[in-house]
Design a protein around this ligand. Structure first.
Ligand code: DX5
Ligand code: ZN
Length: 215
């Protein structure tokens, strides 16, 4: 099943509850939340208090994407709040097994995110410990950037190995996703598609979400 995860980064932040209700009504499967620290990426968004408030009103699973230099400080709290999916970046974390265990002890689906220039092979040693992999198809930090096609090859390699050793592994793609690249991403083996500007840039969220699902 293909899951569509609107990224709230492109939502109207002064009408956040309304935006959340609207994407839920429009058929979204997951709410994608981008946490940025102004250090790992050159932008700032929001942190724990806002995540908690969103979790309290959301009727669908929450996916927290930590684009921060020190993800450790968030993991226990996100676990205690029963956040559904949490990913941190491979580029900042040297103790991946330990961090995954912290999340998984609370039943959180734990994932590692990879920047476009980070080879997918770097997570092969931990592939059986992961619930999902987030493959960035833009350099993280901003919505509305152009899709980088080298991700197709990464998805294919990852899906091939996962089918042998961890068939439940979910593959999430984030950045520049639209109705043109979605069919190929799905075809290569991705099952969670994050989309920010493609969904929130339109007046008809339902139509946009449906157009990403269609193969
Ligand atoms: C980028 C974020 C994405 C972003 C995607 O750093 O991780 O989740 O919101 O936005 P679009 O779909 O507009 O590229
Ligand atoms: Zn993201």
């Amino acid at each position: 099943m293909i899951k569509i995860a609107p990224s709230l980064l492109s939502a109207n932040f002064v009408r956040l509850e309304e935006e959340i209700n609207n994407i839920q009504k429009a058929g979204a499967d997951i709410i994608h939340l981008d946490v940025m620290d102004g250090h790992f990426v050159p932008n700032l968004t929001f942190g724990l208090p806002i995540i908690k408030q969103i979790k309290d009103i959301a009727k669908i699973p929450i996916d927290v994407h930590l684009m921060v230099s020190n993800p450790d400080v968030y993991l226990e709290t996100l676990g205690k709040w029963n956040i559904d999916y949490v990913s941190f970046h491979q580029e900042v974390e040297n103790h991946i097994h330990r961090q995954l265990k912290v999340l998984q002890k609370y039943g959180v689906k734990a994932g590692v995110a990879l920047n476009p220039a980070t080879p997918v092979e770097t997570i092969f040693p931990v592939i059986t410990d992961l619930d999902f992999v987030l493959i960035m198809s833009v350099n993280p930090g901003f919505g509305g950037q152009s899709f980088i096609p080298l991700v197709y090859d990464k998805i294919e390699k990852l899906r091939k190995l996962a089918d042998q050793v961890n068939p439940e592994l979910e593959i999430e793609i984030d950045g520049g996703v639209n109705n043109i690249n979605a069919p190929k991403l799905i075809n290569k083996g991705a099952n969670i598609l994050v989309a920010g500007s493609y969904i929130f840039g339109s007046a008809n969220y339902k139509k946009q979400i449906q157009s990403l699902r269609n193969k």
